[in-house]
Design a binder for this molecule. Structure first.
Ligand code: QV4
Ligand code: CA
Length: 511
């Protein structure tokens, strides 16, 4: 009987582990702070044609407008109601985006902020993105509605009411994260309000959710909410499909709360991944690329089939969250491209690419005093993502996902999907190479000297276009050409001063 229950539980639950991306769309991109109208266009003009599987969008729920500092990006993590009404656009624009992206086979994943409402210190009034009234002092959010009964303060035992000690799981779940009013998720009423919000998004056609601040919610409470969710919209998804769930839990080891507590609900963010990869590529703490031979679970990471991985995210690219200074970002573009290239070539995890905006980064005493700065805007209104003739973005949007090296590695991952990790080679230092079955091969030189080597690629004989230094177009290659002989071997040469000291070839880049 027990065994039968276990089996049926597995059969019933497995679906929330499926991202529902189309075949040939194995990565998603976080279009941080983009407007819904721009995302709709990007799905049609760029993401679908280039094999991106989906988009993580910024929180769609109404948020507090913060004026001091002026309109920081993080105001969107302070919900006021579940109306779909933010600086990214209104409900009609959200629906239009989801429809148009789904219609070209690109999925939308919404960032769900459900652990809390706004900060306790925010002034009462209607200064919110949809104009809904709220009063943090009396814990009144009539646009949901929530009242003081729906918050956790009674349960929190710290003097400040905030989380003071991360080694106490009760504080981490029941107290306020940086003073954000903490919802009483054990209440069926609160669970139902949240489920109603998520179901609204599901009915519109989203494919899943990033669950913000999951560490600050009891896994059982998250499960109770998920159990109330509708199946995905059958206009685009097979009957009975469940939302893809990935929970934001920062587990670097050393705290009692473990990412594994959340596996029953869905995927979990693996923050060790970017922190370690940054350390290796920066060659800090004696790390070198040759150690990446057993990258994955052997490095203390969670099981690959539960992990959402990324080189950086919107928090740690600006110094908060986890990982510290080792995190690679667009500010270190040469190493960043290698990091993203490695991630997309390697079989471990479900991959998310970051797409950022520029801010006037400025360090004082080691701290970026402008880390709060919001997206490019005119008087608070988010600027459109303009596209330059060379396909890069304007208006201070970085668009890492449009960098040739990254775009082409997203395609690489699609081509090698399901292929084993093969033909590892290293020089005992920072020159490494590996293949993915007979579909793809990648070589890195992160040493201070040049690489000249003949390697077994596992690929069929032919001439291949390196998709890092160029693009294949028709039967031409704008980059380096690699000649694989009939025994699968090829010569590689990579100068340590190359603009991008790595080379990648795959089945679709064969000329
Ligand atoms: C401040 C003081 C309080 C004081 C209060 C007075 O810190 O002590 O009582 O003012 O009102 C912002 C400010 C913060 C401010 C708070 C409340 O930074 O100084 O409190 O608002 O007004 C983002 C930002 C936070 C921001 C928050 C809400 O990173 O700085 O807080 O949005 O606007 C942990 C968590 C993890 C979290 C990570 C950053 O385990 O879950 O920290 N990551 C997610 C998101 C992140 C977001 C949140 C969680 C919260 O990725 O972007 O925080 O939704 O590791
Ligand atoms: Ca909580």
């Amino acid at each position: 009987m027990k065994f039968f229950l276990l089996l049926s539980a597995i059969a019933f639950c497995w679906a929330q582990y499926t991202p529902h991306t189309n075949p040939g769309g194995t990565s998603i991109v976080h279009l941080f702070e983009w407007r819904w109208a721009d995302i709709a266009l990007e799905c049609e003009r760029y993401l679908a044609p280039n094999g991106f599987g989906g988009v993580q969008v910024s929180p769609p729920s109404e948020n507090a407008i913060i004026n001091n500092p002026p309109r920081p990006w993080w105001e969107r993590y302070q919900p006021i109601s579940y109306k779909l009404c933010t600086r990214s656009g209104n409900e009609d624009e959200f629906k239009d985006m989801v429809t148009r992206c789904n219609n070209v086979g690109v999925r939308i994943y919404a960032d769900a902020v459900i652990n809390h409402m706004c900060g306790s210190g925010v002034s009462a009034g209607t200064n919110s993105t949809c104009g809904s009234y709220f009063n943090p002092g009396s814990k009144d959010f009539p646009a949901v509605p929530y009242s003081h009964w729906d918050f956790n303060d009674g349960k929190c035992k710290t003097g400040s009411g905030d989380i003071e000690n991360y080694t106490d799981p009760y504080q981490v779940r029941d107290c306020r994260l940086v003073s954000l009013l903490d919802l009483a998720l054990e209440k069926d009423y609160v669970r139902s309000k949240i489920a109603e919000y998520l179901n609204h998004l599901i009915d519109i056609g989203v494919a899943g959710f990033r669950i913000d601040a999951s560490k600050h919610m009891w896994p059982g409470d998250v499960k109770a909410i998920l159990d109330k969710l509708h199946n995905l919209n059958t206009s685009w998804f097979p009957e009975g499909s469940k939302a893809f769930i990935y929970q934001e839990v920062i587990d670097m080891g050393g705290e009692p709360i473990k990412g594994s507590e959340y596996f029953g609900n869905g995927h979990v963010t693996e923050f060790k991944y970017g922190a370690k990869l940054g350390t290796v590529l920066r060659k800090w703490n004696g790390e070198k690329m040759s150690y990446l031979k057993n990258w994955g679970e052997d490095w203390g990471f969670m099981p690959s089939d539960k992990a959402v991985v990324f080189v950086d995210n919107h928090d740690n690219q600006r110094g908060s969250g986890a990982g510290g200074a080792s995190i690679l970002t667009f500010w270190d573009s040469r190493l960043y491209k290698m990091g993203v290239g490695f991630m997309l070539a390697h079989p471990y995890g479900f991959t998310r690419v970051m797409s950022s905006f520029h801010w006037p980064r400025y360090f004082e005493n080691g701290k970026d005093v402008n880390a709060w700065v919001g997206p490019p805007n005119n008087d608070g209104e988010i600027k459109e993502v303009t596209i330059n003739p060379d396909t890069t973005c304007g208006n201070d949007w970085v668009c890492e996902h449009r960098w040739r090296q990254i775009k082409n590695m997203v395609a690489f991952r699609n081509v090698v999907d399901g292929q084993p990790f093969t033909n590892w080679w290293d020089n005992g230092s920072n020159q490494v190479a590996f293949g993915r079955g007979d579909k793809g091969f990648i070589v890195f030189n992160n040493d201070d000297w040049s690489l000249f080597v003949t390697l077994q690629t596992g690929l069929p004989a032919g001439t291949y276009c390196d998709v890092i230094s160029g693009d294949k177009s028709d039967s031409n290659c704008t980059g380096i050409k690699i000649y694989v002989s009939s025994d699968g071997k090829a010569n590689f040469s990579i100068s340590n001063s190359a603009e991008d000291p790595f080379i990648a070839i795959h089945a679709d880049s064969k000329l």
